[in-house]
Design a protein around this ligand. Structure first.
Ligand SMILES: O=P(O)(O)O[C@@H]1C[C@H](O)[C@@H](CO)O1
Ligand code: URA
Length: 313
C-alpha cells in the first residue's frame, strides 16, 4: 500500500494508524511479546477479518470471554472444544484468542504492561489491513458511591491528580498526551444496558491510578503515609468531581487508541464501593460472576455491530 492510499484510508477512519516513519524503512517487524511477525506470518490471512479487539487484565477472563462471544455470534473460536488456543503460544507474557471477528487479549496490570501489548496489537491490525476496528477494555475497578457489580462506561478519564492526560518520560523528558475519550462511542455502548439487567450501568469519569494501594488512597498496603480521614477526604473530593470508579489502565488505553485512530472504550465492573472499605473480600464465585457484567454489555454491542456489517456484505 503506498502512503497516499494509506493516508486516505486513515482519513476515512478505516485503517489503524501506525505513526512511526522508522517502521516504513524496516521490512521485518517481530512482534516480540505476542510472538508474531509481519514477514513469517501471513497476518492479513489470519487476522484481516478482525473488527473488535477486547482487552482485559487476565488470560482466564479473556479465554472465557472468547467462549462467550463465540457462542453469542455463532462463530467458532480458534482452538479445541472448551479451550481457545492462546495465539501467543510460546511467550507467556500475554494471551491472545480469536473468535471470528473478535480478538481477545490479556494486558496484565498497569499502563506499562498494557502499553506494550497494545502497541504490538495496533501494529498487528495495521499489518493485517483490518478496517474499521474498535478496541474495548473490559476490566474491573473500585467504585465510588455505586453498588458493587455496577458497570461504568468511561466518558472521561483522569489521572490521580484529576488531569485528563497521560504523562510519561521519553528521552529523559516528560511528555503529556491528552486522553481523548470518544464520547459518542461510549454513549453507543451505554445504550446496550437493559433495564432488565440484574446490575446497573452508568456513564462516568474513571480515575486511572499508578498503583493499587497508595495510588488509589488505600490504607491497607505494606506502606502508607496517610490516614483514614485523608483517604475519605480524597475519595469524597474525586467523587465530587464526577469520578465513579478507579482502575489502572484506562488513561494509557484511551490515549493510545486516540493516537492509533482507533475507536476505543473502557467498560469496567466495580468490585467494591471504596467509601465502605479497601479490601476486595468477595468470594471467587461472585467475583467471577460479576466480571461478566462488562462482557455482557460489550457482547451486545459487538453482536449488533457485527450483524450490521454482515448485512452490508
Ligand atoms: O482488567 P483488570 O481487572 O485486570 O483491571 C484492574 C486494574 C488492575 O489491572 C487490576 C488490579 O487488581 O484490576
Ligand atoms: O479497587 C480496585 C479494584 C480493582 N481494580 C483496581 O484497580 N482497583
Amino acid at each position: 500500500m503506498d502512503c497516499t492510499t494509506e493516508d486516505n484510508d486513515i482519513k476515512q477512519n478505516k485503517t489503524v494508524r501506525v505513526k512511526n516513519p522508522h517502521l516504513l524503512k524496516n521490512s521485518v517487524d517481530h512482534l516480540y511479546h505476542i510472538c508474531l511477525s509481519n514477514i513469517s506470518d501471513d497476518l492479513e490471512k489470519r487476522f484481516g477479518d478482525v473488527k473488535f479487539v477486547c482487552f482485559g487484565g487476565t488470560p482466564s477472563r479473556m479465554s472465557k470471554f472468547t467462549q462467550f462471544i463465540s457462542s453469542e455470534l455463532g462463530v467458532k473460536y480458534y482452538g479445541d472444544v472448551g479451550s481457545p488456543t492462546n495465539i501467543t503460544g510460546s511467550t507467556d507474557r500475554y494471551a491472545m484468542y480469536k473468535a471470528g471477528p473478535v480478538l481477545a487479549v490479556s494486558h496484565g496490570i498497569g499502563i506499562p504492561s498494557l502499553s506494550i501489548v497494545l502497541q504490538e496489537v495496533v501494529k498487528l491490525v495495521h499489518y493485517a489491513k483490518c478496517q474499521d476496528v474498535a478496541f474495548f477494555r473490559i476490566g474491573t475497578s473500585g467504585g465510588l458511591g455505586v453498588e458493587p457489580g455496577t458497570v461504568v462506561v468511561t466518558e472521561k478519564v483522569v489521572n490521580g491528580a484529576l488531569e485528563p492526560f497521560h504523562q510519561s518520560i521519553v528521552l529523559g523528558k516528560s511528555v503529556a498526551r491528552p486522553a481523548v475519550v470518544d464520547k459518542e462511542f461510549a454513549k453507543e455502548i451505554y445504550q446496550f444496558a437493559d433495564s432488565s439487567d440484574k446490575f446497573k450501568t452508568v456513564l462516568g469519569t474513571t480515575l486511572c491510578a499508578d498503583d493499587f494501594y497508595e495510588g488509589q488512597g488505600r490504607i491497607d498496603g505494606a506502606f502508607c503515609d496517610h490516614d483514614h480521614d485523608d483517604k475519605l477526604n480524597w475519595l469524597k473530593h474525586v467523587h465530587s468531581q464526577g469520578v465513579c470508579n478507579i482502575e489502572m489502565e484506562s488513561l494509557g488505553f484511551i490515549t493510545m487508541c486516540h493516537r492509533a485512530n482507533v475507536k476505543g472504550a473502557v467498560i469496567c465492573v466495580t468490585l467494591l464501593d471504596r467509601f465502605n472499605g479497601d479490601m476486595v473480600t468477595m468470594d471467587h464465585g461472585f467475583l467471577s460472576a460479576i466480571q461478566k457484567h462488562p462482557q455482557i454489555i460489550v457482547a451486545r454491542y459487538i453482536k449488533h455491530a457485527y450483524h450490521l456489517l454482515l448485512k452490508k456484505g
